[in-house]
Write a protein that binds this ligand. Structure first.
Ligand code: AMP
Ligand code: ZN
Length: 463
């Protein structure tokens, strides 16, 4: 059984997809007016974990992530820099995809951009107008009338008395205390420059919330399984998405809403507005590996806040090194001796999956993994693993790595060189060429590799 904590009902619920074996997944993507920071990647990494887990569990996942290229911030940025909107958003979209590749996050199946959906957004506003839940104002904007949608506030658990019926809010982002009629279409303003689209209400642009309603329903259908984002998206963004979509279709919209808590820096949310953020390339430049960033973001449960520190990156690297070392040790086993670990492997995989199935309990799952890792190391140290069992353990490690994706490393090509150097050293020793053997040891030491001569031959590990 798989359970997820559904923000909509504020409890853990069994996950049952709408169509057997399939999952429609929509995750709110980046606003491409600037670099994404590690905090944003906490959200994308949680979604990567979710998707990989669903795929490991046998589901065929259709994953859509939008690219927000029309909102207050992208337009402001383009006008400040006196360049076209595309120039700004293309640049940051490309950088976003680079970072996704660096962090080995599975790419979504579709990355719809708001600029390609303006016509469909206008259509949805017209539907809402016809239904009497949207109204035009004197300046040519269109607002959603929250008093016409009695379910408004259910996701964010708003107090009905706090809703300012009849008052309006124009900004794309605002707080709970400003629960008001919100903009579906914003009439063009002077500061928008020449960034606007034509519509039946005059020149202007769609509101941010409408974008996700339209793009998700277009690609996944009016009613789909899972919608994710950071907790800051619950209100107003997701609340408004629900109102727009459900009011337009008169049907359910999303079954499960999952929200990750924030990545913090000294107790504050990592954010561009506070300036307390790191970009992915900055961390790589400082010498931290992509895998250590990946592991750090993955290894804290998504509904817990995570304080970002360099110590955490270092600790993650240690955990990854241990997994990599296990892989190398297993690859070295050449024993015909008995000693099966198959049962231990099967049990570990099954416990790992079961634990992740409890609302993605990653800390518990990693606990299960590392108990097994320690057991296998012990057996290896005592020569109690046969070649066949080592293969089974390697397959097990690979399966787990289909979720973690940290064991395979770019240095693996380097590993081949290391294996070759080790072989040369073995040959040198066999030829009693001690000087060459020592030379190779020094070369390996410079590569950060230490050698250990065991009864199974020479093995190596990173310092
Ligand atoms: P944005 O580009 O601001 O629209 O954010 C994209 C995604 O990153 C959203 O799902 C946000 O909720 C999420 N996000 C932004 N800042 C953080 C943070 N410090 N920690 C975790 N998630 C965040
Ligand atoms: Zn969204």
């Amino acid at each position: 059984m798989i359970t997820f904590y559904n923000t909509l009902n504020r409890k853990k619920e069994e996950f049952i997809p709408l169509k057997k074996g399939k999952v429609g997944l929509y995750t709110c993507g980046p606003t491409v007016y600037n670099y994404a920071h590690v905090g944003n990647f906490r959200a994308y990494m949680f979604e990567d974990l979710l998707r990989r887990f669903l795929e490991l569990s046998g589901f065929d996942v259709h994953h859509v992530m939008n690219i927000t290229d029309i909102d207050d911030k992208t337009i402001r940025r383009a006008n400040e820099e006196k360049v076209s909107l595309n120039e700004v958003t293309d640049k940051y979209t490309a950088i976003f995809h680079d970072d996704i590749r660096t962090l080995k996050i599975l790419p979504a199946h579709n990355y719809p951009r708001a600029t390609d959906y303006v016509k469909k957004m206008i259509n949805l506003i017209q539907v809402l107008e016809k239904k009497g839940v949207a109204y035009k104002t004197g300046d040519g904007s269109v607002f959603f009338k929250i008093s016409e949608y009695p379910e408004y506030g259910k996701l964010a658990n708003l107090d009905p008395d706090s809703q300012k019926v009849g008052k309006r809010v124009e900004n794309d982002e605002y707080g709970k205390e400003e629960a008001r009629d919100f903009a579906l279409w914003k009439a063009k303003k002077e500061e928008d420059g020449n960034i606007f689209w034509d519509s039946p209400w005059g020149e202007g642009r769609p509101g941010w919330h409408l974008e996700c309603s339209v793009m998700s329903m277009d690609l996944l259908g009016e009613h789909f399984d899972i919608h994710c984002g950071g907790v800051d998206n619950i209100f107003p963004h997701h609340e408004n998405e629900i109102a727009q979509s459900c009011a337009a279709t008169n049907s359910a919209f999303v079954n499960v809403w999952l929200h990750n808590k924030h990545l913090l820096v000294n107790g504050d949310k990592m954010s561009k507005s506070l300036g307390n953020f790191y970009k992915i390339p900055e961390l790589i430049e400082k010498g931290y590996s992509a895998e250590s960033i990946r592991y750090t973001l993955l290894s804290t449960h998504y509904r817990q806040e995570l304080n970002f520190t360099f110590e955490k990156l270092k600790a993650s690297q240690k955990a990854i090194n241990r997994l990599r070392e296990l892989k190398r040790r297993l690859l070295c086993v050449d024993l015909e001796a008995d000693g099966s670990v198959d049962e231990k492997c099967n049990k570990m995989i099954s416990d790992f999956r079961k634990t992740l199935g409890e609302d993605l309990n990653i800390s518990g799952a990693l606990g299960v993994l590392f108990i097994w890792v320690n057991e296998v190391f012990l057996l290896l140290d005592n020569n109690k693993i046969s070649k066949n069992s080592a293969e089974c353990a390697l397959n097990t490690l690979c399966k787990i790595d289909s979720i973690l994706n940290v064991v395979e490393c770019p240095e693996e090509t380097l590993d081949c060189n290391i294996d070759e150097l080790i072989q040369q050293r073995v040959d040198a020793r066999a030829n009693k060429d001690w000087a060459r053997a020592d030379e190779i040891r020094v070369e390996l030491d410079a590569l950060g590799v230490v050698l250990e001569d065991t009864s199974n031959g020479t093995i190596w590990k990173r310092k």
